[in-house]
Design a protein around this ligand. Sequence first.
Ligand code: NAP
Length: 215
Amino acid sequence: MKPYVILNSAMTLDGKIASKSGDSELSCREDWERVYRLRASVDGIMVGINTVIKDNPSLTSKGFGRNPTRIVVDSRARIPLNARVLNKEARTIIAVSRRADKNKIAQLRKIAKVIVCGSDLVDLRCLLEKLYDMGIKRILLEGGGTLNWSMLKSGLVDRVIVSIAPYIVGGKDAVTLAEGEGFDKIRSGIRLNLVKFYKLGEDLILEYDVVKKQG
Ligand SMILES: NC(=O)c1ccc[n+]([C@@H]2O[C@H](COP(=O)([O-])OP(=O)(O)OC[C@H]3O[C@@H](n4cnc5c(N)ncnc54)[C@H](OP(=O)(O)O)[C@@H]3O)[C@@H](O)[C@H]2O)c1
């Protein structure tokens, strides 16, 4: 069994989740409040290690409810020991693979829980099954684009929520909603079913269910 996974991301109209220099201040105040409430409604918030290194988020609900467990996907245990996501405001799980340095794992185990899954990148299905067994039944996936791609491609995402901020920033190297190698054909892509859309402040919120492939 695996947790129900909601991918939430803010992006520009041209699909960038950060500018070419890594600026990701996209959402309006009303959208941030929606995200804080959404965080408070799940058991775990998951991000990739580049997001922790670039944005240094604390991934808490900022007083809008309880603070769920934070999960960082970090195969080589690169996370800085002073990262905000390791503060005492909530529990943190660092998911590493067998290529992570043993000494760094030992240091991390003093301040967080470490889960080992996979030999190269983190084996995401293995990780999700372990999280489910630990009682984490609903996960909010908050990027970045590389982890979003891997989770989508592996069929592990159930719902996608995007908030479109009224900007176009361009930049072929700016990170998009889903990175990775991509699909050849549109028809081979992740099929979505639009279930809800509304304006929030100056942003447009779109909510989709992921159409699961049969077999
Ligand atoms: N607008 C938004 O809502 C939003 C939200 C979040 C992030 N962002 C932006 O996104 C950018 C970061 O995105 P990113 O694509 O560079 O990185 P990312 O998705 O945050 O992290 C990717 C890294 O995770 C590690 N990883 C381990 N196992 C993995 C697996 N199975 N699949 C995929 N990744 C795995 C890899 O590093 P190792 O090989 O070292 O393990 C990989 O390079 C930042 O600029 C941030 O501001 C925007």
